[in-house]
Design a protein around this ligand. Structure first.
Ligand code: DC
Length: 228
C-alpha cells in the first residue's frame, strides 16, 4: 500500500459499469464513495438553475468553486447516496442523459476541473475511498493503491444505460442513448485536459460479455491483492 488511507480508482467510459462496481466495492470494503461524474453533472445543473451559459468557463469555474452539494446515505445498497444541490434533492435530475451531456460539455474546461479538484480530494477519508470517474487514477489520485479501467462496447453500454434509466422510470430511446454515448466518448477521450485514458498501472477489464458479478469478482481479486 502506498498511502495510509487507501484509494481505489475506477475509471472508464459512460455505461461501463463503474457506478455499480464502485458501490459494491465500497459496501464490501466499508469504504467511502466519490462519484466524480456526479460533481460535473451538478455543475451543469447549477449552471442551468442560475442561468449560466455552458460555454462561459469563468462563470462555470466560479459556480464549481462554490458548489453547495451534499451526498447523504439512503440505506439502500443499490443506490446508497442521495444527492443534494443547494438544499434540493436532485438525485433524479443528476442521472438524466441530458445532465450527463451537460457534464461532458463543462468537464473539458481546465479551470472547472481545477475548481473541484480540492473537493474531490476531500473525499479521501478513513477507512478508504473508492473513486469513480474518468481521471481518478491519472490525475486526481495518481498514487491510488489500485487502478481499474472498465470498458465495454458502445452498444453494450447503451443497452445497460437504457435498462438503468428505464428501471428509474426515466424515459429515453435506445438509439438516442447510443448516439449520446458515442458523442460523450469522443468528447471525454479527445479533450486536452485530463482525457479518459487508462492509467499506466491500471488493470483493464472489458465487460462487454461479462456479467456484473463476473466483473465484480475480477475487480475484488485485483483490489484485495493490492491492499494486502
Ligand atoms: O460518469 P458520468 O457519466 O456521471 O460522467 C458525466 C460526465 O462527466 C462525463 O461524460 C465526463 C465528465 N467526467 C469527467 O470529465 N471526469 C470525471 N472524473 C468524471 C466525469
Amino acid at each position: 500500500m502506498t498511502s495510509t488511507i487507501p484509494v481505489i480508482a475506477i475509471d472508464g467510459p459512460s455505461g461501463s459499469g463503474k457506478g455499480v462496481i464502485t458501490q459494491r466495492l465500497a459496501t464490501t470494503l466499508g469504504f467511502h464513495i466519490l462519484d466524480s461524474g456526479a460533481l460535473y453533472r451538478l455543475i451543469g445543473l447549477a449552471a442551468r438553475k442560475h442561468g449560466v451559459n455552458l460555454e462561459d468557463e469563468s462563470a462555470l469555474a466560479d459556480l464549481a468553486e462554490k458548489l453547495d452539494v451534499s451526498f447523504k446515505p439512503t440505506g439502500d445498497a443499490e443506490d446508497p447516496l442521495s444527492i443534494w444541490l443547494e438544499g434540493d434533492n436532485v438525485t433524479r435530475d443528476v442521472r438524466t442523459d441530458e445532465a450527463g451531456m451537460d457534464a461532458s460539455k463543462v468537464a473539458p474546461m481546465a479551470s472547472v476541473r481545477e475548481a473541484i479538484g480540492l473537493l474531490q480530494r476531500s473525499f479521501k477519508q478513513a477507512p478508504g475511498l473508492v473513486a469513480d470517474g474518468r481521471d481518478m487514477g491519472t490525475v486526481v489520485f495518481p498514487d491510488a493503491d489500485a487502478k481499474i479501467y472498465l470498458t465495454a462496447s458502445a452498444e453494450a453500454r447503451a443497452e445497460r444505460r437504457y435498462k438503468q434509466l428505464k428501471d428509474k422510470d426515466i424515459s429515453v430511446s435506445l438509439h438516442a442513448l447510443f448516439t449520446s454515448i458515442r458523442e460523450r466518448d469522443e468528447r471525454d477521450m479527445t479533450r486536452k485536459v485530463a482525457p479518459l485514458i487508462p492509467a499506466s498501472a491500471a488493470a483493464i477489464i472489458d465487460s462487454t460479455s461479462l456479467s456484473i458479478d463476473e466483473v465484480f469478482d475480477q475487480v475484488l481479486a485485483i483490489v484485495t491483492g493490492r491492499l494486502d
